[in-house]
Design a protein around this ligand. Sequence first.
Ligand SMILES: *Cc1c(COP(=O)(O)O)cnc(C)c1O
Length: 475
Amino acid sequence: MQYTSTRSNILTNASQAILDGLAQDGGLYVPSSIPKLDYRDLKNKSYQELAVLILSLYFEDFSNKEITNAILKAYSSLNFTHPLITGLRKYDADTYFLELFYGKTSAFKDQALSIYPYLLKLAMDKHQIDHLTILTATSGDTGKAAMESIADVDGLSIAVLFPKDGTSPIQKLQMQTQHGKNVLPVAIEGNFDDAQNAVKTFFLKHDTLPITSANSINIARLLPQIIYYYDMYLRLHTDEFIDLYVPTGNFGNILAAYIAKEMGLPIRRLVVCTNENHVLYDFFKTGTYDISNRKFKVTHSPSMDILISSNLERLLYFMFNDKEKVSKWMRDLKENKSFSLSKEETNKLQSIFDTQMCSNQQTYENIKDVFFDKDILIDPHTATAMPQTKEDTKRVIVSTASPYKFPKLYGQLFDLMDHDDFHILNEVELKTKEPFPENIRSLESAKPKFNLESSLEDIENLLLKFIASGDNYVF
Ligand SMILES: *Cc1c(COP(=O)(O)O)cnc(C)c1O
């Protein structure tokens, strides 16, 4: 499998694409074709067996043995508390939650980031690279999951930029208490888009430095996300088409679902679920992506607080197969803050994608309804993806974070408004009997190790200093 850019005819192999992160023309790497994989040939395969089959299709420059080793280390009971890696919980006769939060940091980012360092190390070995620095922008979950997987891995170090006031207190504490001598979380004075832009700009300006990305712009982040869609479908024991509801921010998770559909998984509709930052909702309704005059909001689902949704570029490439057009749209977005598809192109998108938007108030109502109806406590990101229409099709709602990660709304739900997060979480444990993830429980007594802050202007220098220090950064 070769990889090409969404914007020009650059062609490279998987390991080089993993090392680069972003393509040199500013585009994103995509597989040059999407392979087919018939789920009917995969019955009774374990998560790990599916992972080997799927990743072998995409990472052809690694041997089967190398991929199998990486998978067995990544998807093990050391990294996931669920025996099947993900949960599949019935909500009603035709609706399920696909729970992707049993990894080390209790959000779906662990699914891909647990294997990411192994893929990266394999790629470094192939290209004889001894040391790489990973630069990552985060709205809260990616940063922690990436640091957790990279901490104390030889030959790697990682800097994470997160919005100072944009994450939940627990997300911030998770990052600031990170162990490891090769990690650096930095609070920036800006929002997630500023963080993502700083990282992308840095990559393009310093493309000769030994750096890469752990964001879903990296194929090593994106492609392992296909595994859980196959696994979920096989566990449903059906041959029917299903609809998928995906809480969406940077469009990585739902793009992996789209790729699974293109590979042959029977998915009927993909529903792009957004919060009050509903630029994607408007785009899928109208065909126009417009960020001018749009105010960035901090919502109950901070990991979806994004206006510039990077992986949409990949979808546009897959759907319309026209690199010149993709380049033009991305130029328009940069220069004029908007781009528009034609009516026909919009229709084509809408033949596969539906969209819905969930206000802060509705997010709370959904959590409350699901809890009092079914005794299931969902997190606010998952709550944005509760179906808003009735359909006859089987539906799967992608549950992207543990409720223990975002306690704020449960204070209201359980009448504990004046209590702190950990008091509320202890109450959640009593009321739900769901195990309190140790990684979050232990935060109550943890002391922050890092409190570095940076203005947007100072980020470049700070990153240069961090990269130059290699393995020897001392705080
Ligand atoms: C990252 C994240 C999302 C958004 O996923 P994308 O792949 O960026 O669309 C949704 N929910 C949670 C909890 C997340 O951490």
